[in-house]
Each structure stands twice: as C-alpha cells, then as structure tokens.
Design a protein around this ligand. Structure first.
Ligand SMILES: CC/C=C\C/C=C\CCCC/C=C/C(=O)SCCNC(=O)CCNC(=O)[C@H](O)C(C)(C)COP(=O)(O)OP(=O)(O)OC[C@H]1O[C@@H](n2cnc3c(N)ncnc32)[C@H](O)[C@@H]1OP(=O)(O)O
Length: 289
C-alpha cells in the first residue's frame, strides 16, 4: 500500500522524490534506482538501471522502473527508449531473490503483482525499445531484454543471458515461456528452459536470444544507430504491427493475472522451493569466498 501511494505521488505530483533537470537541451529525471536521460529532438530516452551491486529487481526497483516507463509513455515527445545498465558488468541479475525468500504470502503476492505490471508495461509499450545489454542478464534480466524490440549485446564471454530458472529449482512462469518461444522458437525454448541455459553472447546470437553482438565499447552507439533505423518507420503502422504480434501473449496473462499471483504465491511458499532458493543463495555466497 505504501508503495502504491509513493507511486501515485511520484507520477502525479511531478517527481517529488525524483529529480528533473535540464542539461544542454537534454532532460533527465532520476529515481534512486533508475536514471532516465532524454534527448530533445530525437525523441529518444536512455533508461539506466542503477541498483547496485547487480541490478536485482527488488520491489522498489520494479516500482521505480514502472513509474519511469509510465512517465515516458505519457510524454508524447518520446518515441524510443534504450534500456541499459549503470552497474559495471551486469545488465540485471533478474528478480530479487530476497523478495522471494523468507517472506510471507502477502509479500510474495505484492511482489508478483509488480513483476506482472512491469512486464505488461514493457512488453506492450508503444515506444520502440532497444536493449543495450552491457553485462550478465540471467532470468528476469533476460526477461527485460526479451521485452525489447531489438537486443544488442556486448561481446564479452563473461556475460551470459537466458532464462535459468530451472537451475534455481524454480519454474519460469508461462508468460516468460511464451515470450521465449516467440523469440527463439519452440524447440530451442523447450531445451533452454529445461536446462536453464545461460548463453554466451555468440550462442545467444546464434539461437536468436539477441539480435546483434558488438564489441563492448560499441554497445551504446550500435543501440543508437538501431534506434535511428526504427525511428524512420511511421509510429502508427509500427505500433499497430507490434500490437498485432504481441497482443495474444499479453492477453493470456491479463486474463489470468489473479490466478497467476495465486500460483506464484503458493509455489514460492512451498518448503521445498524455499529450500532450493536457500541453497542457491548459499551457492552465490560461497562463490565469493
Ligand atoms: C508453477 C509455476 C508457477 C508460478 C511461477 C513460480 C515461480 C517462480 C518464478 C520466478 C521467476 C524468477 C526469475 C528470476 O529472475 S530469479 C533470479 C535469477 N537470477 C540469477 O540466477 C542470478 C544470480 N546471480 C548471479 O549469477 C551473479 O550474482 C551475477 C549476476 C552473475 C553477478 O555476479 P558477481 O558480479 O560475481 O556478483 P555476486 O554473485 O558476488 O553477487 C553480488 C551480491 O548480489 C547478490 N545477488 C546476486 N543476484 C541476486 C539476485 N537475483 N537477487 C538478490 N541478490 C542477488 C549476491 O548474493 C551477492 O550478495 P552478497 O550479500 O553476498 O554481497
């Protein structure tokens, strides 16, 4: 409830918690975890996730992300968004495991509702979305990239991307799966989802998880040049086409949002699933030392 109130305040009261400033004709607004810079005439915004250390999608981060997106969507001068990260070497570590571990069912339900909301907003956005994937992008990180219209990834074998949920002992929800199938086809998705494959950039390109792999220092310039190409298409025809391609997938979640929240809550609350998450978190800790 508190988050919903914060969201309304941020959105309608003109960024009381956020900042808005003009720099050389460019505009920027920032929440704590999302920075947005817009370039006047081009109608393009660059949205940078900055939730260190790994851009995990905590409830606060999801909320700020959704609000920022909503603001851009409502700003008729903005036609495209480049989505990227300010955390070195990490695009996004995906959903925040600490939001799904050791909490109560009401928290899980609230968290999942916000995950759904961000996904629906990103996936059905009228704007052109290009992701500049400048780091690791597992699970929910990959989901963010898959929502975009075009994905450019840095050519660094240390960075991997994919829906790796099964490695955590959890299951990608049907709408994650649907988007994966839409992107890489049924057979590849079936295999990658069961194995929890995290693809290197070269593999991701081969299978179609990303559209282009470029040297790390060219990710942003390439994303911009891709955006320029997409901006040349009339908005109305591109938007109607995008809607035609994505509507069925989005609608299948819209029709059963409440049931999906219930499924998630009961699944994630199971002792066996909590145990798997505990083990995975321990593994992440051990990796360090
Ligand atoms: C029937 C079905 C019905 C409904 C569906 C039900 C259920 C489930 C669906 C859930 C879908 C889930 C989607 C997800 O996104 S789950 C998250 C998956 N993410 C990962 O697996 C990534 C894990 N992280 C890593 O691999 C590495 O951290 C990473 C990103 C490669 C970076 O590596 P490195 O730079 O070395 O950094 P560290 O590993 O040392 O991490 C630093 C710090 O961050 C913590 N951390 C990492 N990832 C997460 C995360 N996702 N959430 C929260 N915290 C994270 C890590 O533990 C370290 O913490 P510390 O305190 O030790 O500093």
């Amino acid at each position: 409830m508190a988050l919903a109130a914060a969201r309304r305040l941020l959105l309608h009261a003109g960024s009381r918690l956020g900042r808005r400033e003009a720099v050389d004709g460019a505009r920027r607004f920032a929440n704590k975890r999302v920075l947005v810079e817009t370039e006047g005439p081009a109608g393009v915004a660059v949205m940078k996730l900055r939730n260190p250390p790994v851009n995990s999608l905590s409830l606060e981060c999801l909320t700020e992300f959704t609000i920022s997106l909503e603001k851009l969507e409502n700003d008729k001068s903005i036609r495209g968004v480049i989505l990227t990260s300010e955390c070195p070497g990490i695009f996004s570590a995906g959903l925040d495991l600490l939001e799904m571990y050791g909490r109560n069912p009401a928290h899980y339900a609230e968290y999942w509702k916000n995950v759904q909301e961000l996904w629906l907003r990103l996936y059905t956005s009228n704007m052109i979305l290009v992701s500049a994937i400048n780091g690791a992008s597992p699970a929910g990180g990959c989901l963010l990239a898959l929502c975009c219209d075009y994905r450019v990834m840095a050519d660094n074998p240390k960075y991997t991307i994919g829906l790796n949920e099964s490695l955590l002992g959890i299951v990608a929800p049907f709408w994650f799966k649907d988007m994966y199938v839409n992107t890489i086809g049924h057979r590849e998705a079936e295999r990658a989802l069961q194995l929890g494959t995290l693809f290197s950039p070269a593999e991701a390109l081969k299978v179609g998880v990303v559209d282009e792999v470029v040297p790390e220092d060219q990710v942003h310039s390439k994303a911009r040049s891709v955006m320029t190409k997409w901006l040349a298409i009339p908005d109305h025809s591109r938007q109607l086409t995008k809607n035609m391609m994505r509507k069925a997938t989005a609608d299948s979640l819209i029709k059963q949002r409440e049931a999906d929240i219930q499924n998630f809550t009961s699944f994630i609350s199971k002792d066996s699933i909590q145990k798997s998450l505990h083990m995975y978190l321990e593994k992440l800790k051990q990796k360090k030392g």
